[in-house]
Ligand binder design. Sequence first.
Ligand code: SF4
Ligand code: SF4
Length: 696
Amino acid sequence: MDGDFQPLHATDFVLLGLSGRAWLALLLLLALGFFGYVIARRFQILRAAKRPDPRFGEWGQRLGRVLTVFLGQKKMFREPLPGLMHALIFWGFLVYAVRTITLFASGFAPQLDVPVNVWGNLYFVTKDTFALLVSLGCLYWFYQRVVVRKPRLTHSPKALLILGLILLLMVTDLLIDGALIAYEGENPRGGWAYASAATASLLGALGLPSSALKGVYYASWWVHALAILVFLNYLPLGKHFHVITALPNVFFYKTRPQGQMEKLDVEGAFERDETLGLQTIRELSWRDVLDLFSCTECGRCQAECPAYASGKILSPKEIILELRDHAYEEIPLFGKPQEPRDVVPLSVKPEEIWACTTCMACVEACPIEINQLDKILEMRRNQVMMKDEYPEFFVEVFKGLDGRGNPWNLTPDARMEWTKGLDVPVLGELAAQKANPDGGSHDKQPGEEIDYLFWVGCATAFEPRNQRAARSFVQILQKAGVKFAILGEEESCTGDPARRIGHEYLFQIQAERNVETLNRYGVKRIVTMCPHCYNTLKNEYPDFGGHYEVVHHTELIDELIAQGRIQLSKELRKRITYHDSCYLGRYNKVYDPQRRAIDAIPGAQRVEIARSRSKGMCCGAGGGLMWVEEEPGKEVNQLRLQQILEAQPEVLATSCPFCMIMMEDGIKNKGVELESRDIAELVAEAMEDSNAPSRD
Ligand code: SF4
Ligand code: SF4
């Protein structure tokens, strides 16, 4: 230590007649002033978004989400290594928040620095550890961006600039303390700041005089402070806005069932001359805008999107970025806000929204709770109901739904075809018997006298391949002694295809009709083979006065096996894999009953597809795409089949009539040896005294 030793303090100087403290105050004023201005402009976008979106309630659930998804970075770990590297940077940010505040505060008053006591030491050892871990994270992402050029990421110099800034912050942080320790000759953090001490040793090894160490200290301190202010101002200008908005975005996540679409007052909107669906940024909600601000451009949603993977124009990441850029153009940082313009086709191409299978893989994958699907569906609603513009494939679907209550446009009596030769009770007939004085008790409605109303669904009732599965299910119900009935010709499509395509009005007609029928019979419990019907009956009909206990047939089968009401004794020595249905899995988190049912079959060997459960890929039929002809070479079902074949199964088990149709088509077109069976068919075949219809 030199004889003229003075304790160092970064603002102890005078430059151009101004003290260091005055320079710091000026810098802070400028930086915070500009930051405040930008935030105020961004806030204008939030205010321009007029759609109401009440999310003030369920505080416990919201807090839980913040703990797991935000602080715990849970969704990031769907990809363990990249997840860890991001989490290190994120957790480092939290640790460095304390350092940032104390650094600026101590610039004005040295005593406001982190104290030298056991807590201070604990903090410094943590901070030093994170300086190294965050640097490691930055180097990892530099490598991914520059060398690997990871496809799901948006590659731009801006992202590299931010990584460079973060790395600069870590290096200068270590240099501030390292130079201080080297200059003062002892570690003011009592030796706990081990990385800073190592930096001091390094500087010492260079043999720098005190004046140079002083210079390193001052330069690092000011470069660090400047870098923080540049970083802060850069945040709301690009994708790093998520550093600020991710917390509220996660906190205000959708607590309603994921698969529930918002009910629209269609007639009221027409009467009031209001816009239906998402047309301009005015029809976004404040929470939608938070989504747009929060996108990190990580591409996790895009990487799991079946439409993108099969070569379609749609990328859920781009949907969010296109909407964000649209909003930024209309309410720019400088200059007057523009008149709202239509987002479709100006920023989002119609082909993008019509390529979506509504599989929800994007929503599930997003680490910060962005909902891409809801925005696509709102744009569809606008295209269909306000502009009458949609692919012509849907003309027939709407016609069938409107005229005959099913998208196949078949006559209602065709719904009963599959029951020929089976003893399947029809609820209307039971009700008629009840009306007869000898028909039974009078204190209950017919719907209450059965265990379950079997909601067959159009895809099961009208498609010959699925009719076989329905017959197997009836066999199981009868064997287990479950009292059930169907609605027969009184059943009508739940309206799910109409709603997902965007025709809310048509959906509501179906929903009201069905709820009226079900309530008239006093139905309490429903079992269905169709995950789309399941989702609509369970999550969407309550909005229309239909409150039922809804189970999927695989859930009921699982329960019947567990209760010993059906015995599986016939061996099925096959490698069986299960393809998760999106509307059962991601929409309703039902992943296990189907697997347990397979495991209960003697001799069956269950193998998993690499992409399964919440990562499972769609068959390509959802969102009305069942009726859309895909371009050759871009079929989602072929892509999914390829993934399935990699597990080398002999049997493909499904639990959805739509998946069954898509996968059977894929198998036929590819010409591969693979049996596709509904879970009900497999279980019925394995039942004691089974006379289940064989595959052929
Ligand atoms: S819902 Fe599925 S198909 Fe639609 S954008 Fe998301 S991932 Fe892609
Ligand atoms: S929407 Fe979510 S998953 Fe998709 S790029 Fe943005 S942050 Fe990533």
